[in-house]
Write a protein that binds this ligand. Structure first.
Ligand code: PMP
Length: 284
C-alpha cells in the first residue's frame, strides 16, 4: 500500500482523509503539479515549484508550506514508496470552509496532498517509438489555462472523445488555431522550423516546453512561438507533444491524416534524446 502525504502527515493511503467541505472538492478551488521521477530523482523540481507559486499567486491562495519544505516532502515520499520511475502528484486547495462562493477568511488552512504513482518504464513508452495519433476538438475550457487548476473535466472528456475514435489524445482548437493537447503542449515542424503556440492565458506554461525550447535553441534549431492552424498541422513534416510525464512524444496522425510519412520524425527524436539526457543529469 502507498504512503501518501496529507497536511503534515505521512499515512497509508486508506487512512488519508480530507473534509467533504474542502473547496477543492466543492469548487475545484485548487492547483496541482506533477513532477516526473527518473532513477529515483525529481526532474526539473525548481520549474514545478516556481509554477506552483505562480498558480497560487494568481488565485490569491496561501502556500501551505515554505518552498524549501516541498522538496523534502517530495523526496521523503519517493523514498517511502521506493519509486524509481514514476510521478509525484501535488495538490493545494484553499482548504475546508462552509460552502460559500466568497473565499473563506485568510487564516483558513490550505489543504496539501501529495502522492506517488509508480510508472516502471516511464522513459520507454512505446508511443515514443511508434508515435501517437490525435484528433482535434474545440477548446471549451475556461480562459485562464495558464493557472494549473484541478478543473480537468473538459480535458478528461477530450481524452474520452479521443479514445472513442481510436486515437491516443486530442488537440484543442480555438479560432481555427491549436491551443494545446488535453495534458500536453503541441508542436509542429515545417521545413526545419519548430512551431508552437506562444505563452499567454490560452495555454499552460509547460515546464517541459520551456526546457525543450531552450535545448532546441542551444542546438541551433529554429523556433517560432505563434499560433498554428489545424491545416498547417496536417501539412507539417512532423508533430509532437511535450509534458512532464510524456517528455517529448511524436504525433504521427492528426484526425486520421498521416503527418509527413506517418512515422516519427528526426526533430522530435533528437529533442527527446537531448531532453532525456539533460533531465536525468539535472534531476535532484
Ligand atoms: N498543457 C496542459 C493543459 C497540461 O495539463 C500539461 C501537463 N500538466 C501540459 C500542457 C504540459 O506541462 P508540463 O510540461 O509542465 O507537464
Amino acid at each position: 500500500m502507498r504512503t501518501v502525504y496529507v497536511n503534515g502527515e505521512f499515512l497509508p493511503e486508506d487512512q488519508a482523509r480530507i473534509s467533504i467541505f474542502d473547496r477543492g472538492f466543492l469548487f475545484a478551488d485548487g492547483v496541482y503539479e506533477v513532477t516526473s521521477v527518473l532513477g529515483g530523482k525529481l526532474v526539473d523540481f525548481p520549474g514545478h515549484a516556481a509554477r506552483l507559486t505562480r498558480s497560487l499567486d494568481a488565485l490569491d491562495m496561501r502556500s501551505p508550506v515554505p518552498e524549501e519544505d516541498l522538496l523534502a516532502i517530495h523526496r521523503d515520499l519517493i523514498a517511502r514508496n521506493g519509486i524509481e520511475d514514476g510521478l509525484v502528484y501535488l495538490q493545494v486547495t484553499r482548504g475546508a470552509a462552509d460552502r460559500d462562493f466568497l473565499y473563506p477568511p485568510d487564516d483558513t488552512p490550505p489543504t496539501l496532498v501529495l502522492f506517488t504513482q509508480a510508472k516502471p518504464g516511464l522513459a520507454d513508452n512505446p508511443l515514443a517509438r511508434t508515435g501517437m495519433s490525435v484528433i482535434t476538438i474545440p477548446d471549451r475550457r475556461w480562459g485562464r489555462r495558464d493557472i494549473k487548476t484541478v478543473q480537468l473535466l473538459y480535458p478528461s472528456m477530450g481524452k474520452m472523445m479521443a479514445r472513442a475514435e481510436g486515437a491516443d489524445d486530442a488537440w484543442m482548437v480555438e479560432d481555427g488555431h491549436v491551443t494545446e493537447g488535453t495534458s500536453n503542449n503541441a508542436y509542429i515542424v515545417k521545413d526545419g522550423t519548430i512551431v508552437t503556440r506562444q505563452l499567454g492565458e490560452e495555454i499552460l506554461h509547460g515546464i517541459t516546453r520551456r526546457a525543450v525550447l531552450g535545448f532546441a535553441r542551444e542546438a541551433q534549431m529554429r523556433v517560432e512561438e505563434r499560433p498554428f492552424t489545424v491545416e498547417e498541422a496536417r501539412a507539417a513534416d512532423e508533430a509532437f507533444i511535450t509534458s512532464a510525464s510524456s517528455f517529448v512524444t511524436p504525433v504521427v496522425r492528426i484526425d486520421g491524416t498521416a503527418v509527413g510519412d506517418g512515422t516519427p520524425g528526426p526533430v522530435a527524436a533528437r529533442l527527446r534524446e537531448i531532453y532525456m539526457e539533460e533531465s536525468r543529469k539535472a534531476a535532484i
